[in-house]
Design a protein around this ligand. Structure first.
Ligand code: NAD
Length: 452
C-alpha cells in the first residue's frame, strides 16, 4: 500500500505518513459506515450526545500533543495551534447541547390535527476538509453530522493527514466502530467520496472545488453544504479608532500566515485618515517575527511551495501594475513569506480580486463610504467583512450595505456562539453552526395525525 508523507513546511522534514486509501476502496468505506448507521441512530439524540461528550476530556488531555502536531504539519505558530486544540475539548459540551436542542422535533397543531417535524439522519455523510485549520475544520462538520445520527467518512486534506487522523483517533476512543472512518488521499479520494453513494457531502475548501462537487453531486441530488473561500473587505471610516483598526488589520491579515478563509484581504480606508492608518499598519507588520512556529515566531511558513509561489506571483504582479510596497516583499526564504503591506491596490489587479491566502495586507484609499461599499461589494465572494468606525448609526448603515454573509463592526466577522457560519454569493452554499445550520445535516420529515 502506498503512503502519503506529511512534510513540515518550516523545515522540510517528514513528520510522518499515512496509508493512502485507494480511490477504488472509498465506496467500501462508505458501505461500512452505512452498516454502522442504524445502531448509531438507535442510540437516540441524547444517547449520541452523551457518547460524544465523553471525548471532551480526551481532547483536553491532548492539547499539547495536538498543538505541536498542528504546528509541525501545517506551520502555524504554536499559540495559534494551542488555541485550536484547546477549543476541541472546551467547546464540545456546549456545541453538543446546542445541536441537540436544534434537532429536537417541533410540534404544531391546527384544525384538530397535530404535525410533528422530525430532524432525522440522512444516512452517511462524506466530510471533505482543508488544511488551514486541520483539526477544527473536521470538527465543525463531523460533530453536527454525528449528533444528527449520521455516520461519517472523513477525508482530511492531503497536506495535514496526521492532524485529521489524530482528530478522528480521539473521537474513535468513544465512538462505536464504523461510526467515523477516515480515508486518506488527495483529489482522487475526494472525487471518489463525492461519487460514492453517501447521502451528503459536507465540504470546506476552495470555491473551485466546491463548484466541482456541486456539479458532481447533482447526478443523484446529494445534499451538499459548501463552505468556500473569500476575499474579505475591511472598511476604515474617518471616525474609526485607527490604532484599533490597524491592530485588527495586522492580526487578521497575518494570522496563520494569512491562510484563513475570513482573512482581511482588501482594506478600503478613507483618504483623510489613510496616511495615519497605513503608518500604524506598517509599524505593526515590521515588528512581526517570521520563523518556525515551534520557536515562538509570530508568523510561520506558508503551507507549501505552491501556496507561496501563488502569493509572491500576486504581489509581484501588483507591484508591476503600480502598487506601492510599504513593508515586506523582501527577505523571503523557503516557505517563509515576510508580512507585506501594499498600498494603491486596485480591483483590476489579481491580488485585488482573487483569493490570496497569504500574509499580505492590501490597502486602497477611497474618497468616501459610498466608494468603499461599492468596491467592497465588487466581488464574486461574500464570506466575511468588517467595518471600523464610530459606534454610531452611520457605521452600522455602512455595515448593512455589505453583501457578505458575516459582518463585524469594530471586530472580526464571525458572530457570537449560536449564530451561523455563513458565506453569501460564491463563498458558500448552505451553512453550518446555529439552529438552521445544524438542521442541514438532517432530513426534515413531517408526521401529521389527529390531535389527541
Ligand atoms: P481545496 O479546495 O484545494 O481542498 C479542500 C479539500 O478538498 C481537500 O481535502 C482536497 O483533497 C479535496 N479535494 C480537492 N479536489 C477535490 C475534488 N475535485 N473533489 C472532492 N474533493 C477534492 O482547499 P484547501 O487548499 O485545502 O483549503 C483552502 C481553501 O479553503 C481556501 O479557499 C479557504 O478560503 C477555504 N476555507 C473556507 C472556510 C469556510 O469556512 N468558508 C474555512 C477554511 C478554509
Amino acid at each position: 500500500m502506498s503512503c502519503l508523507p506529511s512534510v513540515n513546511p518550516a523545515t522540510g522534514e517528514v513528520v510522518g505518513e499515512v496509508p493512502i486509501t485507494p480511490a477504488d476502496d472509498v465506496q467500501a468505506a462508505v458501505d461500512r459506515a452505512r452498516a454502522a448507521q442504524p445502531a448509531w441512530d438507535a442510540l437516540g439524540l441524547d444517547g449520541r450526545a452523551e457518547v460524544l461528550k465523553r471525548a471532551a476530556p480526551i481532547f483536553t488531555d491532548r492539547v499539547e500533543a495536538h498543538a505541536e502536531l498542528m504546528t509541525r504539519e501545517q506551520g502555524k505558530p504554536l499559540k495559534e495551534s494551542t488555541a485550536e486544540a484547546r477549543g476541541l475539548g472546551s467547546g464540545l459540551e456546549r456545541e453538543v447541547d446546542e445541536i441537540v436542542e436544534a434537532l429536537r422535533p417541533d410540534v404544531m397543531e391546527s384544525g384538530g390535527y397535530r404535525s410533528t417535524v422530525y430532524h432525522d439522519p440522512l444516512g452517511v455523510v462524506g466530510a471533505i476538509t482543508p488544511w488551514n485549520f486541520p483539526m477544527s475544520m473536521p470538527n465543525w462538520l463531523v460533530i453536527p453530522s454525528l449528533i444528527a445520527g449520521n455516520t461519517v467518512v472523513l477525508k482530511p486534506s492531503e497536506e495535514t493527514p496526521l492532524c485529521g487522523q489524530a482528530y478522528a483517533d480521539a473521537l474513535n476512543e468513544v465512538l462505536p466502530e464504523g461510526v467515523l472512518t477516515v480515508v486518506h488521499g488527495a483529489d482522487d479520494q475526494g472525487k471518489a467520496l463525492v461519487q460514492s453513494d453517501v447521502d451528503m457531502i459536507a465540504f470546506t475548501g476552495s470555491r473551485e472545488v466546491g463548484k466541482h462537487i456541486m456539479r458532481e453531486a447533482s447526478g443523484t441530488l446529494k445534499r451538499v453544504v459548501l463552505e468556500l473561500g473569500g476575499k474579505d473587505p475591511m472598511i476604515v471610516l474617518e471616525d474609526a479608532d485607527l490604532a484599533k483598526a490597524a491592530k485588527f488589520a495586522a492580526f487578521n491579515s497575518f494570522r496563520n500566515c494569512g491562510q484563513v478563509c475570513v482573512s482581511t484581504e482588501r482594506i478600503f480606508v478613507m483618504d483623510s485618515v489613510a496616511d495615519d492608518f497605513e503608518a500604524a499598519l506598517t509599524d505593526l507588520a515590521s515588528a512581526m517575527t517570521v520563523g518556525n512556529g515551534l520557536e515562538g515566531a509570530d508568523v510561520g511558513p506558508m503551507v507549501n511551495a505552491g501556496q507561496r509561489d501563488h502569493v509572491l506571483r500576486q504581489v509581484d504582479a501588483a507591484v508591476a501594475d503600480g502598487a506601492k510596497v510599504l513593508v515586506g516583499h523582501e527577505g523571503h526564504r523557503d516557505n517563509f513569506v515576510t508580512p507585506t503591506v501594499l498600498s494603491g491596490v486596485t480591483s483590476q489587479m489579481d491580488i485585488g480580486s482573487s483569493e490570496t491566502f497569504g500574509p499580505v495586507a492590501c490597502v486602497t484609499r477611497v474618497a468616501d463610504a459610498d466608494e468603499a461599499v461599492t468596491l467592497a461589494n465588487d466581488t464574486v465572494f461574500g464570506l466575511g467583512a468588517v467595518v471600523f468606525g464610530g459606534a454610531n448609526e452611520r457605521t452600522e448603515g455602512v455595515a448593512r450595505r455589505l453583501t457578505a454573509g458575516m459582518i463585524g463592526i469594530n471586530r472580526s466577522a464571525g458572530g457570537v456562539p449560536g449564530t451561523p457560519w455563513v458565506g453569501a454569493r460564491e463563498s458558500g452554499f448552505g451553512y453550518h453552526k446555529s439552529k438552521d445550520g445544524h438542521r442541514q445535516f438532517t432530513q426534515t420529515r413531517v408526521l401529521t395525525q389527529e390531535a389527541r
